[in-house]
Write a protein that binds this ligand. Structure first.
Ligand SMILES: [Zn+2]
Length: 235
């Protein structure tokens, strides 16, 4: 480990917890970051948040240099790799393509997740209306789908209000930001709760009949009985 302030350690703990919940993060998706002493520490590309306790997953990026490049719309800003502080990055990690999103949020701690409850609304045709309805009590912004990298960074810069701390990315996911790790976690939980969709109850499956059908075949019943709803729900 190259960096060990208490907040940095707290973020690693939060990353591991968030990364272990498939309703928030799947595989190497999602990312967390913290800004300390002019450096944006962000989860490296390809690594898993859930491994934050066991291995170094954070890569240091020179924040002001990256923000300056974004401001000038310098094509170099497309790849945060150009702004890595190499002497603090002995294992040669590469920053996520979503680094610009984290850099543009002024708060110290940023958490970005591919939250299932968020995406369930953010893929809808009227996503913007649904999100505004659910998040009316939050200082939030909705950004229609746009390719990560410079285009997304520009759209975010244009839609951030002075104290926006919740951003929903169309077809994509959720970003929350706060000045402490604890506040970011609380905000993540509150926003997720506000976006929950209660699943429609599907009629139960006839498991005895299904087991009988599967006998002596290559088919088997799913471990999670909730999956039967895909077959029994009339819609
Ligand atoms: Zn993402």
């Amino acid at each position: 480990m190259t960096h060990k302030t208490p907040e940095f350690e707290a973020l690693n703990e939060l990353s591991a917890r968030v990364g272990a919940d498939p309703a928030w993060v799947q595989a190497a998706g999602g990312n967390t970051s913290i800004k300390e002493d002019g450096i944006l520490w962000i989860k490296a590309s390809g690594l898993w948040l859930m491994h934050a306790r066991q291995q170094e997953i954070m890569v240091p990026v020179a924040l002001d240099a990256l923000l300056g490049a974004l401001e000038r719309a310098d094509p170099l800003a497309e790849q945060a790799q150009h702004f890595v502080v190499e002497e603090l990055n002995p294992s040669g990690l590469r920053p996520s393509i979503e680094t610009t999103v984290h850099a543009l949020m002024p708060q110290k701690v940023v958490v970005h997740v591919h939250c299932v409850e968020t995406i369930a609304l953010a893929v809808a045709e009227d996503a913007e209306r649904l999100i505004h309805e659910r998040l009316s009590g939050f200082r939030h912004a909705f950004i229609p789908y746009i390719r990560p990298g410079l285009p997304l960074a520009r759209a975010i810069a244009a839609s951030l209000g002075e104290d926006t701390d919740v951003v929903v990315l169309g077809n994509h996911g959720l970003v929350v930001a706060a000045d402490t790790v604890a506040a970011a976690e609380l905000l993540l939980e509150k926003v997720t709760a506000a976006l929950v969709t209660r699943p429609r109850l599907a009629p139960p499956a006839d498991l005895v009949a299904l087991e009988h059908l599967a006998l002596n075949s290559n088919y088997q019943l799913p471990e999670d009985p909730a999956l039967q709803g895909l077959g029994t729900d009339p819609a």
